[in-house]
Design a protein around this ligand. Structure first.
Ligand SMILES: *Cc1c(COP(=O)(O)O)cnc(C)c1O
Length: 347
């Protein structure tokens, strides 16, 4: 069944165990963030069995699925909650990150099975979630009054929206707030913050990381690098060639917008050998496909077709051949979400 996503579970386990050890050495607990794999139990259960102690996800539906597949470990909801999901949080999640006092009140004043603990998010520069650091004192005083001992710590997120890189300075800011309000758990980082551990510049008060990308792909997209010690061949997409023809590199006719409202640009390289593979925007992000054959160029995709330039390849491809790709974080997210990609755990 194609397109197929081969999932190399042993390599994912290696990455999780390795990163867990590296974090442990500096007193940081690693929570594996499962959103990119949609908390697929066939991946999460082996990770638990291999020693991962806690998991985080952005979606309650994934957290619920983890519980229902027998995961009893601590679970973190890492996306700031919708008010409408508070009852579900109190049934399934052990920890939740919040940035709104209104949400905190709702959590504290709703009764549920669990006494879900709260971490308050502080925005130290990335302009995504969290109370902006210049206003944080006001909200933290209030938050402590509202939540009392259920407020156990602080979190921050970097490198996601603004692309701001975690560094010693923005991490110290989190530590200062933690010290001022006596909040012991400081959740400082994601994959982008692993570099601080490698370099030995992470302030020692930071004691929790939430890591997805480096576990599942071995990469850190914010610095465009492979994380040392991890394995990159964790997922490989296999797609089938359905057309292989020689065509011009520039279309003929007046050019409007493509199927997604984009205006494609073309470089005239004359006639080229083009392959169409049966996978498209519904399943992947074309710019996030990294062909294992380094001489293949990924050109563009529409909903169901991805166009490749295979002219320079040393292989004599034929219709019906399968091509393999590593995936970027965004492409993996979409591939895991696409119902049209067959997921194959390789053991
Ligand atoms: C996705 C996410 C993470 C994990 O980030 P990676 O870059 O995949 O390690 C951590 N924290 C929050 C709040 C997130 O949304």
């Amino acid at each position: 069944m194609y397109p197929k996503l081969d999932i190399y579970i042993d390599k994912i386990i290696h990455n999780a165990q390795y990163l867990r050890q590296e974090c442990q050495k500096v007193g940081v607990e690693l929570t594996v963030v499962t959103k990119v794999i949609r908390a697929m139990p066939e991946i999460v259960i082996p990770l638990r069995d291999a020693g991962v102690t806690s998991f985080g996800d952005s979606r309650m539906i994934n957290i619920k699925r983890l519980r229902q597949s027998g995961i009893e470990n601590p679970l973190y909801l890492i996306r700031i909650p919708m008010l409408s999901e508070v009852p579900s949080i109190l049934e399934y999640a052990d920890f939740v990150f919040v940035s709104e006092l209104e949400t905190l009140k709702r959590i504290v004043h709703t009764s549920g099975k669990k006494n879900t603990a709260v971490l308050f998010m502080i925005d130290v520069g990335d302009i995504r979630e969290g109370v902006w650091f210049e206003q944080a004192d006001r909200d933290l005083e209030q938050a402590l009054k509202i939540a009392g001992p259920r407020l156990i710590g602080l979190g921050t997120n970097l490198g996601c929206f603004g692309g701001v890189l975690p560094d010693e300075n923005n991490m110290r800011m989190l530590c200062e707030f933690g010290a001022r309000y006596g909040l012991p758990t400081l959740s400082g980082g994601n994959s982008a913050a692993l570099l601080l551990i490698e370099e030995g510049t992470l302030p020692e008060q930071i004691n929790h990381y939430r890591v997805g990308e480096a576990v599942f792909l071995g990469t850190d997209v914010t610095r465009n690098r492979a994380v040392p010690g991890t394995d990159l061949d964790t997922f490989l997409l296999r797609a089938e060639i359905v057309e292989l023809q020689t065509k011009p590199s520039v279309p003929v006719g007046e050019i409007g917008q493509d199927a997604f409202g984009r205006k494609p640009e073309f470089e005239d390289k004359g006639l080229r050998q083009k392959a169409i593979i049966a996978v498209g925007e519904q399943d992947i992000i074309a710019s996030g496909l990294r062909p294992l054959d380094p001489k293949i160029i990924v050109l563009h995709a529409s909903s169901d077709h991805t166009i490749l330039d295979v002219t320079d390849s040393d292989q004599a491809y034929r219709v019906g051949d399968f091509l393999s790709f590593r995936l970027s974080y965004g492409a993996l997210l979409r591939a895991m979400t696409s119902e049209y990609i067959f997921k194959n755990i390789v053991v």
